[in-house]
Each structure stands twice: as structure tokens, then as C-alpha cells.
Write a protein that binds this ligand. Structure first.
Ligand SMILES: [Mn+2]
Length: 295
């Protein structure tokens, strides 16, 4: 049991709703999409990688009864090395606290990059419940286990170096590989060696992700739940597995570094994966039409 910090009362006060206003004003006009539940993870606040602009847009266009923050929300590892905290990152914290104040149940399950929050499990800061893991009951009567997912790194130790590699990174690597190859060609060096190495790595990464999903789903099956929601590997996915003749759902809510995904539960219990850049692109023509009407 972790001892409470001596200035705990002060800390709880500080964690109350901040009086400051966000630098990006909250969108208050227009409808918000209503969901029963929203899961997001791997936001990595405190790093340049965090796509704060899209996440602010997401938060301003959606609402839910419950919201799970499935870990790696704040990147404490990176912040310890180099302090980076632009005003937009405050805006995200502001919006989450505002949701809690409006009545959304917020459950924060810290991951490995924000493990410094884990000792506070069981506590509540400004309406944000901190939990090591959680069980979520869907509207259609399924029980899901919710955890960040780094718990499985020890099982997957051999592939640990790949844990944070996302799809986009493989593409970038393949692109870089092409560029390096053409430079090598210019100097009369053979092409095949790099290409082969890159392809081998991509194959390993794909195998790693597939294996990870399998390991997590198996753990859920062994716990007797209907499914599992996690993050950690920055690869959004909905997949069905078979465990002793029973179906186990694997849900990964992706990340806000490259994919910009959220997992949402509709009021009938249906779970959907949102790729927010697509949702924004779909919205654009409607907004333009409305402006035209207004003019
Ligand atoms: Mn993680």
C-alpha cells in the first residue's frame, strides 16, 4: 500500500476544475455524437508525437456516459528527459476534467509511460477514477476486461523492441529503405541486402502484432470474460478469437500519435472503431454547405 503524500489535501484541491481557459476555445455550437462509452489510449501528452489538434477536435465532437483513458496518456518517460508541454496539451487535460465535471464517468488506467500514476490506483482526482484495470459491462450484456496491455510484454519479451512500432512507421521505414537503396545504387552498392532486412523486420512486426493480439485474447478467455480492451501497441483492431469453443473479442483502441483512433460503444452495445482523420474528412463538405446556406 502506497502512503498518501503529506500534501494530499492540497493536491486534491489542485486537481479540481481549473479556472483557466483553454487556448483552443471549446466548441460549444452544434451537436456532439453521443456514445455509451469511449476508450482512448496512447495519447503521449508531453511529446511532439501527440496529435493534440485532432484529439481536441475529437473531444469537442463527442460525448459519452463513460470514458476510459487506457494508458500512456501522459508520457512521463519522455517528460523526465526533456520537458515539453505546449498549451494544447493543457487543453486536453482541461477538456477531460470538464467532461468529468459535466457528469461523464472517467476511468484512467495508467500505462507504462505514465506508470508514475499507478501508485494512485483506487483514488479519485477531480472526478477522474484511477484504476489498475477495470471491467466494463456492455449494453448487450457482455463483460470486457480493460487494461493498458504492457502487462503482456514479459510474455512477449523476445519481441519487446517492437512494442511501440506502428503501421505508419513501417511505411516510413519502407520509404526510407527505398531512398537508401537508390543512394546505394548511385554508389554501385548492391540493393538486395537492405531490402531483405527491411522486409524481414516488417514481417516480424506483423507477426508480433498478431501474436500480441492472440496472447491478450487468450488471457481474457482464461479470465472468463467476453472480451478485452487494450492499447499499448499503437495498432487499432477489432478481432474475434476462439477460446475453448467460446468467442473472445479483442479490441485495441489504437493511439493518438499516428492512427488517431477511438473505440466507441453505441447505446445498443455495438462497438465501433473510429479513425478520426476519416471522420474529419467526411465532415468537411457538410460544413462548407452550411456556410454557403448561411451566406
Ligand atoms: Mn504503452
Amino acid at each position: 500500500m502506497t502512503e498518501l503524500p503529506r500534501n494530499f489535501a492540497d493536491f486534491a484541491n489542485v486537481a479540481g476544475f481549473p479556472s483557466v481557459q483553454p487556448c483552443v476555445p471549446e466548441r460549444t455550437l452544434g451537436e456532439r455524437r453521443q456514445y455509451r462509452t469511449i476508450w482512448i489510449s496512447d495519447v503521449h501528452l508531453g511529446t511532439k508525437g501527440c496529435n493534440a489538434e485532432l484529439l481536441i477536435d475529437f473531444l469537442d465532437h463527442t460525448d459519452s456516459d463513460t470514458m476510459y483513458l487506457v494508458g500512456d496518456i501522459i508520457d512521463g518517460w519522455r517528460l523526465k528527459k526533456k520537458f515539453y508541454w505546449p498549451p494544447e496539451h493543457n487543453d486536453i487535460v482541461w477538456r477531460i476534467l470538464k467532461r468529468a465535471k459535466r457528469g461523464t464517468r472517467i476511468v484512467y488506467i495508467p500505462g507504462n509511460h505514465d506508470e508514475m500514476v499507478r501508485p494512485f490506483s483506487g483514488m479519485n482526482f477531480g472526478g477522474v477514477e484511477i484504476r489498475r484495470a477495470a471491467f466494463h459491462d456492455t449494453a448487450d450484456g457482455r463483460r470486457l476486461m480493460v487494461l493498458h496491455g504492457d502487462e503482456f510484454d514479459t510474455i512477449m519479451l523476445a519481441h519487446r523492441w517492437l512494442a511501440f512500432v506502428g503501421d505508419a512507421l513501417y511505411h516510413a521505414m519502407m520509404q526510407l529503405n527505398g531512398w537508401v537503396a537508390s543512394v546505394r545504387k548511385l554508389f554501385g552498392l548492391p540493393y538486395w541486402s537492405i531490402s531483405k532486412a527491411a522486409k524481414h523486420k516488417v514481417k516480424n512486426a506483423v507477426e508480433f502484432i498478431s501474436k500480441y493480439e492472440e496472447v491478450v485474447a487468450r488471457a481474457a478467455g482464461e479470465r472468463g470474460v467476453d472480451g478485452v480492451v487494450c492499447g499499448h501497441i499503437h495498432t487499432a483492431e477489432i478481432r474475434e478469437f476462439d477460446h475453448d469453443g467460446k468467442s473472445v473479442s479483442y479490441y485495441n483502441d489504437g493511439d493518438w500519435v499516428e492512427g488517431c483512433n477511438a473505440l466507441v460503444e453505441h447505446f445498443d452495445g455495438t462497438i465501433e472503431l473510429l479513425h478520426w482523420p476519416d471522420e474529419v474528412a467526411r465532415r468537411e463538405p457538410v460544413a462548407a454547405g452550411q456556410e454557403l446556406e448561411a451566406a
